[in-house]
Design a protein around this ligand. Structure first.
Ligand SMILES: [Ca+2]
Length: 99
């Protein structure tokens, strides 16, 4: 992976993390679990790509020349550490709390 790509990824990750955290703060009184349950629209205990995209849209994440669908797909790959489809509550929590 190139340096610019790496820097961009880091920037996007920080920005997404901040915006999602702000969304959870303002709309769910910082209750991450409630936010997770809200965005888990089909209640299957994992956030899929579409559900993540909705969360990113609500969080006001916008990255030039990348749609939230593309970002959601990329984040999916990164956050989904157990290899099952979708992001579990534990994985989302870990991603939001990572420095
Ligand atoms: Ca789901």
């Amino acid at each position: 992976m190139g340096m610019i790509e790496d820097a961009l990824r880091k920037m996007v990750k920080t920005s997404v993390q901040e915006k999602v955290t702000a969304l959870v703060e303002s709309r769910f009184a910082s209750d991450q679990e409630r936010a997770f349950q809200f965005y888990d629209a089909d209640k299957n205990a994992v956030i899929d790509t579409n559900e993540l995209e909705t969360m990113l849209n609500d969080a006001g994440v916008a990255v030039p020349k990348k749609t939230n669908a593309e970002i959601a797909a990329a984040m999916m790959g990164e956050m989904n550490t157990d290899g099952f489809s979708g992001i579990s509550w534990t994985e989302l929590k870990a991603a939001l709390e990572a420095g």
